[in-house]
Structures are given as C-alpha cells and as structure tokens.
Design a protein around this ligand. Structure first.
Ligand SMILES: [Zn+2]
Ligand SMILES: [Zn+2]
Length: 347
C-alpha cells in the first residue's frame, strides 16, 4: 500500500501550483515518514517552477526542500527517531555514502551526485522525488535532523537550505572573534549570514544597494551598512575585510568586493551568479579564493549552534493556499527575508 499524500504541484512550467494528490513510497526499513508542518520558500523553487533544466525540469513538480515536521511513522530498522519527534530535512535526501566526499561528510559534493529532495531521482527505486510542499515526506533516516528545542519551527525550516548554505563557508573559514566579515545582500541567505557571523563573534558589515535596510540590518547584528552603489563608501571599505560572503541571487559586478578584502581574504559566492561577472585577474592579483557550497555534519553543527544561540530565520508565515501569491511576491523581491508555508491547510 503506497501512501497517499496531498501536495502543491505545477503540471508544467509556469502553470500555477495546485493541489495534487500523489503517492509516497511505502516505508523501507531505514525510512522515516515526516508529517510536514512548515516548508520554507526558496528561490530555487521559483527557478524549478519556471522549468529551468538545472532543477530537474520534471513535471508535475512539487517544490520544497527546507522543511520541518513531526515523525509520523518509522521503518523497522530505524533506531534514532521515534514517532512524535520534531525533525527537519533539507535539500539532500540521500547520497552514495561511499565516495570520498560522502565519507568526509560533504554529501552535497557526492561524486555520484546526491539525491535532491525534489527534482531528483530516488537512487533505490528510480522514481522522481517530490518536494515538501505537501502533507508528508518519506526520507531515509540518515538525512533527518533533530529540531533544536525552544526554536520556532516555522523559522527553522529555512535554516535547512538557506541556513546551511551560508553556515558551511562561515565554518570552513573559521569565522570568529577578531575577524571582519562583509555580507552582501540582506535576503533569505544574507540575513542568516549576518546572524551567524555575529553570533560567531565576528564584526559584521552589510553591503547593500538599499539604504532602507539599515535598521533591519542593525537589529540583526550589523555594525556598519555600506551602500554598494556609493563610490565614496566603497572606497572607504577598501582592504577592510577578512571574509566577504555574497548572497545576491542575480548577476552583478563583484569587483568592488574583491577590493574590499584584505590581502589573502576570501570572497565566497553563495547566490546563484552569472560567472562572467567575476574578473579572474582581480582575484589572482590579491590572492583571493572563490568559494561556494551542506553536508550532514555541518548541518547538525549548525542546528546545534542555532539551538544554543536562539537563532532562526525571520519568516513571514503564509498558509499553503497562498503559495501563488508568495511566489509572485518572491519573484519581485517583495519579501523581507523568507516565506514559510504553513502546511496545516493542506490536510
Ligand atoms: Zn533552497
Ligand atoms: Zn558519494
């Protein structure tokens, strides 16, 4: 007996998301069924809905790859989770498990490519994966994470994609006290980068084109706001930063940020970016590194850190039925940080 679930699906690119009943697989021995309460709305969901091939381009498409919920059922071999546990899942639900990357805990770089939460193909039964804009998800227990106690679940959901995307580089480059960090952009990724870097003890400045974001930025822990279109401010920011994390999702010129780094600093690009906007000479001349890229150990450490510091994403919670409006607003950048879909209405 396959499991019947309700979801929000697009039947083709640019067709509206509509309620759709579909089947999840029966639980395998190491599977956990998660009754979904909240799912974050990621920019990737929008790209996938537009049918961009990088996101699978398989319809019907059920987006959603950063979610939280409650364990509804467990397979016979599951020992680490019990029915009723509060859990979270991100954008990878399986990987080969044996390559160097997987063994090293960097499943996102699995040489066989990890199984994506949606728009992927299950590596055991060959069926397409459907995302978490739905009532329930079935996932192997190795890719299920415990929800930290005391955090608002709606705000934890975006940690599972947006959060880990910025957490992993901050951890890899050992951001901490005594370092100056620049965050470019204050959207879903950027506001979490600010919270993490500040809680890690670094001094954090924000680069933005919108001076109106200054108050929100300071509330999140930013020391100084640098308006990136202001030449004078950018000139003052020269050679100031150990690390700059650029979270802007549209093509833009990054040369100003390479100049804002100290010698040997790191510019980390985590927004999806047009590669032609990077001038390699600017990088070589200053001995800079370009980075991008969350494995399971880093995801666990991020959640533990968030629990300890009381960090969640700032979310606007909207009912699942309002997903169309949320997509429209995301497309025109009309959301302060992140939407979190409340799935209760789908049941
Ligand atoms: Zn995402
Ligand atoms: Zn692998």
């Amino acid at each position: 007996m396959a499991r019947r679930v309700r979801g929000l699906a697009a039947s083709a690119a640019d067709q509206p998301l509509a309620e759709w009943e579909f089947e999840r697989r029966d639980l395998r021995p190491d599977d956990v069924a998660v009754r979904i309460t909240h799912c974050g709305v990621c920019h990737t969901d929008l790209h996938a809905w537009h049918g961009e091939p990088a996101y699978g381009n398989v319809f019907p498409l059920v987006p959603g790859h950063e979610f939280v919920g409650e364990v509804a059922e467990i397979g016979d071999a599951v020992r680490d989770f019990a029915v009723g546990d509060a859990v979270a899942v991100g954008n990878i639900v399986d990987s080969c498990g044996v390559c160097d990357m997987c063994v090293g805990g960097h499943e996102q770089f699995c040489v066989e490519f990890p199984t994506l939460t949606y728009g992927g193909v299950d590596r055991r039964d060959g069926r397409p994966t459907h995302g978490a804009y739905s009532t329930e998800y079935v996932v192997t227990e190795g890719f299920v994470y415990r929800l930290p106690e005391g955090l608002d679940p709606a705000g934890v959901a975006p940690l599972m994609c947006a959060g880990v995307t910025v957490w992993e580089p901050l951890e890899q480059w050992a951001i901490g006290p005594g370092m100056t960090v620049g965050v470019v952009g204050l959207g879903g990724l950027g506001h979490l980068a600010v919270k993490f870097a500040a809680a890690l003890g670094a001094e954090v400045d924000l680069f933005t084109t919108s001076p109106s974001k200054a108050d929100a930025a300071r509330r999140l822990g930013v020391r100084q706001v640098v308006v990136s279109t202001d030449e004078e401010q950018m000139a003052e920011a020269r050679s100031r930063y150990d690390f700059i994390i650029d979270t802007v999702a549209v093509a833009h010129d990054v040369s100003g940020y390479t100049m804002a780094l100290k010698f040997g600093g790191t510019l980390c690009l985590v927004g999806a970016l047009d590669p032609t906007s990077i001038n390699p000479l600017a990088m070589l001349g200053r001995n800079l590194t370009v980075a991008g890229g969350g494995g399971r150990p880093a995801t666990r450490r991020m959640l533990e850190f968030c629990g300890r510091h009381g960090i969640t994403a700032d979310v606007e919670v909207v009912p699942a039925s309002a997903v169309g409006d949320a997509f429209d607003r995301l497309a025109r950048n009309d959301v302060e940080f992140r939407f979190s879909l409340d799935m209760a209405g789908l049941r």
